[in-house]
Structure formats: C-alpha cells, structure tokens
Design a protein around this ligand. Sequence first.
Ligand code: PD2
Ligand code: ZN
Length: 298
Amino acid sequence: MTGGTMVQTITPELRRWIVEQTAAGFSPESVLDAMVKVGWRQELAAAALEDSLREHRRQRGDGRGAGVAPAVPARSQAAAAPLPEISLSPSLPCLDAGDRQVRVLATLSLPRVVVLGGLLSDEECEALIDLARPRLARSLTVQTQTGGEELNPDRTSNGMFFTRGESELVRRIEARIARLVNWPVENGEGMQVLNYPVGAEYKPHYDYFDPAEPGTPTILQRGGQRLATLVMYLNEPAEGGGTIFPDVGLEVAPQRGNAVFFSYDKPSPTTRTLHGGAPVAQGEKWVATKWLREREFI
Ligand code: PD2
Ligand code: ZN
C-alpha cells in the first residue's frame, strides 16, 4: 500500500475493527501504529480512529467524551509502565540472583539487551536437556490470525514447554530469573526448550504479539503482552546458531549457561527487537526461553 494515488476508504469493517481493538485494551496510539504499519496515511488513520470512537460513544449514549472502556488496561505509548529489567551497577560485574552470582557480559540500550554469563550451571543445563528430550515435538508458533497454534516453516527447531513450577529444578531457575529481572514468577510463561539440529534456524521475528493481528486479543487474555524474553543457552553448537538482532547487527554466541535478555516496552518495531536464531552449521543447539508477560500468566 505505497501508491500515492490509492484511495483509502473508512469502511464499516474498519470502524468495527477500531472499536474492537480499543475495547480489547489497545491504546489509541497502538491502533494508530498498527494502521500506519499496514499502509494507512497517518492523518487519515488518525481521523478514522477519532471518528470511529466518537461514533461508538454516541451510539452507546455516552456523552461524557470518555474513551471506550478497555477490558484490560492498555500499555500506552506515553506511559512509563514498569518493565522487567536487570538492575545494573557499573561498578559491579556480577549480579546477585539469590542462589547464584551472574556475570554481565554486554549491554545495549536500543534495543534493550543484556548478555549474561553463568546464569545456569552445567548440571542445570544437562538436566533441562535430559528432561526435555523425551517431550520434544516439532515447534509450533502462536497463530496470530486465530490465537491458536500452527507449524511454522520459519522455525525448524523441535520444542516443548515445562509447566511453571513443575519441578524443583524448574522452580529454582524461575525464582532466579524472577529475582534477576525484577519481575514476578507468576507473570512468566512456562519455560520453553528448543532443540535445533544441523540446518535448523528461527527466522527473524518479534516476540510480542502484533496488535494488528485479529487473534491477538485472544492471546492477550492469558496475561497480557509479552514484555521481555530471556534465551538461555543449554549447550554450544560446534558452529552457527547465534542469536541475531539484524536491526543493529548484533550476534550473541550460544555458550552453555549464558543467556541473552531483551525487553520491549511496546509491541512495536521501534523497540528494534527483531531477532532470530541463525542456522546451526555443525552440531546441535539447545536453548530454554522464558517470556515475561504484563500480568499473571494463567
Ligand atoms: O534460539 C534462539 O537463539 C532464539 C532466537 C530467536 C530463540 C527465540 N527467538 C525465541 O525462543 O523466541
Ligand atoms: Zn524469539
């Protein structure tokens, strides 16, 4: 939708979609963002948004001028809502994660990335792999059209999910992560373990749920948006398999026990958190991923 002569019409479907997005808790700014992303001219999108919401309020008989009441509070682009974040002190190379000292190997501010050393012990990595191996299945990704799950050719790894708190090992690691990133255990999804054989990769993507996709409101019912990701390396592939951030030319080498944390304060490419798993050239790669949500993940 880049043609300058294209006529953009505000259809009843578009009006309904705008009202639904807002009622599902998306801020007007994020709805506007989503429209601009798919090709709407900024001024027209803003007018459509304002007009649709005004008309909706009028039909409801709500003359007070208040916005459509969101079912869940939205993360406004303007509000500085809390985020999972690692408390860094420039003078201390180590972080106290409760039962373990974790090293800070590198940091970046945009995208917000922190590379951690020694988050997991060798024994914990081995144990996670051993527990995950018999439970692996070809990875599914959340189908944003419907909120269901589907096989995704962009993701050729095998995966499984641990349930949150399912064993002493899982609880110990979850408690460590929660302390490290200052975010409640309850707001974390169950840890996912992925295994990439030779040639497998995870093409660049964003981990947040795209507000423009129709299935997103369903997905958000389980704890709101994802706000941050922690990818923990459980082994070292002989070659390849780095975690890449193409927008900023960053590649994090997979090293056993280390991890890469990144956060995104809004579901937008402006966070520059596009990232992927480069193809494994030799050997295999094992990672455990923890995604952190806005609210309790049920
Ligand atoms: O395995 C990785 O390096 C990787 C890359 C991108 C994992 C994920 N995304 C993820 O689990 O979301
Ligand atoms: Zn990812």
